[in-house]
Design a protein around this ligand. Structure first.
Ligand SMILES: [Zn+2]
Length: 343
């Protein structure tokens, strides 16, 4: 209830002030992490092996969002490589660009020094923006959709260092064999009237994308999963919270990296089908949730759950834990730069 003022000017001023407080209070609420990692502490292995990688083993380092480094001691393979992580403010209100100092420091800290391939799951900025610059710094080849190739061209990478995805065709890098599978992006959402849905008239990045550029210029350009074989072991990396019905009918995996962003915001039936088409079909020994961290925060600080603004980490994890317990599958969370031996 707003007190009545005879002076109209004072009345308007007070209304504006109260409205401002309301907006701020709301913002403070939605800009909080959507979960408490302490409640899931027992799911973090905190192993961080420092020893040399034994022959036949594959070590993984989690680098936030869906950036995953696989290393067998001879060859390294990376997904996405999104390390700049511009702030929410910057992403919303200005053009963004890759930060070479951050990229160099991540490459050093994660010991990325024998990288042979970077596989980009789709071309939104939180997956694709840094990938060509990581390719340049490491001499690794960039693999992606035609949209990602345009992100690479805009960064000055030439075609000799890039390869467009060919669905279902295995790519051999050292002892890793990577097969790209067609997938689907997490269902679109709306924040403050804006949607991240792809405009059907402009589904791809069709010309070289030159930084600095607004975040929305990074168009999805199709979404892809990665089926990775290493000797007798198999890994699936699924970055987005969606599925193509039947896509995993002929696949099994020992380890599943599973995108859980916004999972609990979807209808119950979607959640069930998502689990049926991923966990049930692949029947992994363990699942590592990905795309759960707030990528507006830098990677050199401990990762926090996605913001309340567009996600619910606690509910996503609880849904996953409930289903994985039913199927007797272990779940492991990884902090930024945390490392475990998969096999
Ligand atoms: Zn996306």
């Amino acid at each position: 209830m707003i007190p009545y003022f005879k002076n109209k000017y004072l009345q308007t001023l007070l209304q504006c002030f109260l409205f401002g407080i309301l907006v701020l209070a709301n913002l403070q609420c939605v800009l909080r992490p959507s979960g408490d990692l302490r409640e899931f502490e027992s799911y973090f292995p905190h192993e961080n092996p420092n020893s040399l990688i034994q022959k036949g083993k594959v070590r993984v380092t989690f680098l936030g969002t869906t950036s995953i480094l696989l290393d067998d001691g001879e060859t390294q393979v990376l997904t996405d490589g999104f390390f700049t992580r511009p702030s929410l403010w910057k992403t919303a209100f200005s053009k963004i660009e890759s930060d070479p100092i951050i990229l160099a420091s991540v490459l050093e800290k994660a010991k990325i020094n024998r990288l042979k391939g970077i596989f980009v799951c789709h071309s939104h900025y939180d997956h694709a923006m840094d990938s060509p610059f990581v390719a340049k710094l490491t001499n690794a080849k960039l693999f992606g959709s035609n949209s990602t190739i345009n992100v690479g061209l805009g960064a000055g990478l030439d075609m000799a260092n890039m390869e467009e995805f060919q669905i279902g065709k295995p790519i051999k890098l050292g002892k890793f064999v990577i097969t790209v599978l067609e997938s689907k992006h997490t269902p679109p959402f709306r924040i403050l009237g804006k949607t991240n849905a792809t405009d059907p008239n402009f589904p791809n990045i069709t010309s070289p994308l030159i930084q600095p550029v607004k975040a929305f210029a990074y168009i999805e350009g199709g979404t892809f999963d990665f089926y990775i074989q290493h000797g007798k072991n198999k890994i699936v990396i699924k970055s987005s919270t969606n599925f193509v019905m039947g896509a995993y009918d002929k696949f099994k995996a020992d380890v599943l990296f599973l995108g859980i962003a916004q999972l609990s915001l979807q209808p119950k039936q979607f959640q069930e089908e998502f689990f049926d088409e991923t966990i049930q079909k692949l029947n992994p020994k363990f699942i590592i949730p990905i795309h759960w961290d707030n990528f507006f925060k830098p990677l050199n600080k401990p990762l926090e759950p996605n913001l309340k603004l567009g996600d619910d980490f606690d509910a996503n994890m609880n849904a996953l834990l409930k289903r994985s317990a039913k199927d007797q599958i272990q779940v492991q969370l990884m902090q930024g730069f945390e490392t475990i031996d998969l096999f």
